[in-house]
Ligand binder design. Sequence first.
Ligand code: NAG
Ligand code: NAG
Ligand code: NAG
Length: 339
Amino acid sequence: MAPVAKIWPCVSLLGLILFWNVLFFFRLSDKPKESPRHNTTLTILIWSWPFGAVTDLTGDVCSRLYCITGCQVTTDRSLFGQADVVVFHHQELQYGRHRLPPSKAHPGQKWVWVSLESPSHTKALEGWVGNEWNWVLSYRRDADLFVPYGELVPHSLDVVDIPEKTGLVSWVVSNYHHTQARAAVYRNLSRHVRIDVFGEASKRPLCPDCLLPTIAKYKFYLAFENSIHRDYITEKLWRNAFLGGSVPIVLGPSRTNYQQFIPADSFIHVDDFKSAKELATFLTTMNESHYRSFFAWKRSHAVRLHEDWRERFCTICRQYPHLPQKKVYLDLKRWFWDG
Ligand SMILES: *[C@@H]1O[C@H](CO)[C@@H](O)[C@H](O)[C@H]1NC(C)=O
Ligand SMILES: *[C@@H]1O[C@H](CO)[C@@H](O)[C@H](O)[C@H]1NC(C)=O
Ligand SMILES: *[C@@H]1O[C@H](CO)[C@@H](O)[C@H](O)[C@H]1NC(C)=O
């Protein structure tokens, strides 16, 4: 996996050079030449870094880490006047701590609204019915800037290693609310099979390095999302289950929606069973060859997590030439809930 992961970001370099030629052409022909802010570097201003923790942005970070050239990602608000794109992360806007500037600094400036949380956990969306938002960066496939929590990338492997198993089902949960759909399914299922629960919500918290080795010991992992929304498939699947080497039992959007991201035979969907008892029987009676078949995807694919906000923001530069220049979201809440 290592060589593939290293080469992968650079493969697109040639394509990027082409994009840049196209972009440069449009920027020269499209916009007044005398404008002082235009050079071949795009400036992406992050108005407030998500959750406050700014990571290292020194040097040419997009080029250094992701082979994306001509891209300056900054949190320096003094560059607002010249920024091509200004990015606002919802969590900080929601509490009113970081108010929006009164208006865009220049007609070509684009504002991006960012949330990787589901609509159920994205509060105070009501106010956004103006023309501030040009683009959305989200886990939704129809977002202008689609940033999934993870993806499968082509990769070849001769022998699939399945970690040795000592337990049947595990679940790591940090926020447990008995009213959530996932809590009801957990309670029902736990009447029929033993489920070992770890994390903040249990009395067994896990250190970050213990997470995957612990999950690896179990045959199945409850990859239960905190709320059910289209395309909302998080690290619970990509990292905990897939990287942990445990077969995911998913609760989230429909099976069809999952299959738009991962192979049909790589996971078990709670909705496939009429009752918790039936699911429990399926888990406890599964034979070895059936179990192994859930790992078939590993022969041709590897998991790539997208967890670094720098990567998410640097890719704005890569997409920039293809984004709709005249788009505005007149009712953001409606788009996010109905879309
Ligand atoms: C382009 O603009 C960025 C920021 O606005 C600046 O840091 C960079 O030095 C400029 N590059 C050139 C070649 O003028
Ligand atoms: C849990 O089980 C009860 C009865 O055993 C059933 O009525 C209920 O629908 C189940 N809930 C879920 C979420 O599976
Ligand atoms: C294992 O289970 C699968 C699915 O139920 C079945 O098709 C297959 O014949 C079983 N294999 C053996 C060796 O029992």
